[in-house]
Design a protein around this ligand. Structure first.
Ligand code: ASP
Length: 330
């Protein structure tokens, strides 16, 4: 039955309230095939799998991305997210996270200490407060008031890495080729995750321990709506990984979504945002900076692009799990 016929039939049979209910069920069925989840970095296929389980169980994209990014948050081996994340210059693990749903609801935490699931606290900020961002001690206090338990996030592995770093104590967020190689070895970094559910709704989540050995109090792009993550249900969604200072400079994820709004494919849109940074700061500067964007439009098409080589995107849809190697600008 085509959509017009369906509407006519239902219209003849049902009062208006029932009609709208039935229409959304109809749209849900039509778009079932479109359900998809993507995330930054190939190492996040496990996180995608968790999100996918939610989607095929009929859960919302919001639940899917929330549950999905909790996987690396709880993994002590993942040294860039949640438990086991590399600490700041002073040996303190501080977490940044944000979440955004199809209806423009947003929540974020910045510089959160001692709580594994920063993304869950960000979601509570979104759902239980009139605010959109909580920072540092206030974010921790809010988490504790909502039943979260304090935990030591600094694992012996992360502590060892920090102690080794302390010998030189040089913080340089500009990325060297060797650092990129290291990232590939460990195969993961900040997780940004985007999903479409069976109701054609988009949501996204982004969570990180931020740049290793940063100044205490430094906040990157990841918890900033518009920088590390942006969702517009009418257009699509985007998320970022890499040197947060540079992503913030170009309002990265929002810029990607706006490019999709003006008709560009997700891949082109990611490239356009990166070109903006190169135009602003010049090629020699950008050759030392890694940024990777992922994007998903509301048709379920995906794309990614990075400044430097070796960025990857993990995709999960009804065809299975896939890793896409990103093209790079420089
Ligand atoms: N974007 C994160 C930050 O700047 C770090 C990363 O993705 O590696 O905090």
């Amino acid at each position: 039955m085509n959509r017009r016929k369906f509407v006519q039939t239902i219209g003849a049979l049902a009062p208006l309230t029932t009609l709208s209910k039935n229409l959304s069920a109809f749209e849900g069925n039509v778009s079932q095939k479109k359900s998809i989840v993507i995330s930054t970095w190939s190492g996040n296929t496990k996180a995608n799998e968790k999100a996918w389980e939610q989607l095929i169980a009929g859960k919302s994209a919001l639940d899917a991305v929330h549950q999905g990014v909790m996987v690396p948050e709880a993994d002590p081996e993942d040294m860039s997210v949640g438990l086991g994340g590399l600490p700041d210059r002073d040996g303190i693990v501080t977490l940044d996270a944000c979440i955004m749903d199809h209806a423009g609801n947003i929540g974020a935490v910045m510089g959160l200490e001692n709580i594994v699931h920063a993304i869950s606290v960000a979601r509570l900020v979104m759902e239980k407060t009139p605010h959109v961002q909580l920072v540092g001690d206030g974010a921790l206090q809010f988490a504790l008031e909502h039943g979260f338990e304090k935990e030591n996030l600094l694992t012996s592995k992360s502590k060892k890495a920090w102690k080794a770093w302390l010998k030189q104590s040089q913080y340089n967020p500009m990325t060297t080729v060797e650092e990129i190689e290291k990232r590939i070895e460990k195969n993961h970094d900040t997780i940004g995750m985007l999903a479409i559910d069976s109701f054609s709704n988009l949501s996204g989540a982004c969570t990180t321990s931020g740049m290793a050995y940063k100044l205490h109090g430094r906040v990157g792009d990841s918890p900033i709506i518009g920088a590390g993550l942006y969702v517009d249900n009418e257009v699509g969604a985007a998320s970022a990984t890499g040197v947060g200072e540079e992503v913030v400079r170009i309002c990265g994820s929002h810029t990607v979504v706006e490019a999709m709004r003006y008709g560009h494919s997700p891949e082109e849109a990611c490239k356009i945002a990166l070109e903006r940074l190169v135009k602003m700061k010049g090629k020699p500067y950008c050759q030392k900076v890694q940024i990777g964007f992922i994007a998903l439009n509301n048709k379920g098409e995906t794309g990614c692009y990075s400044l430097l080589p070796n960025f990857t995107m993990a995709v999960r849809n009804e065809e299975g799990s896939n890793v896409i190697s990103s093209k790079s600008l420089l």
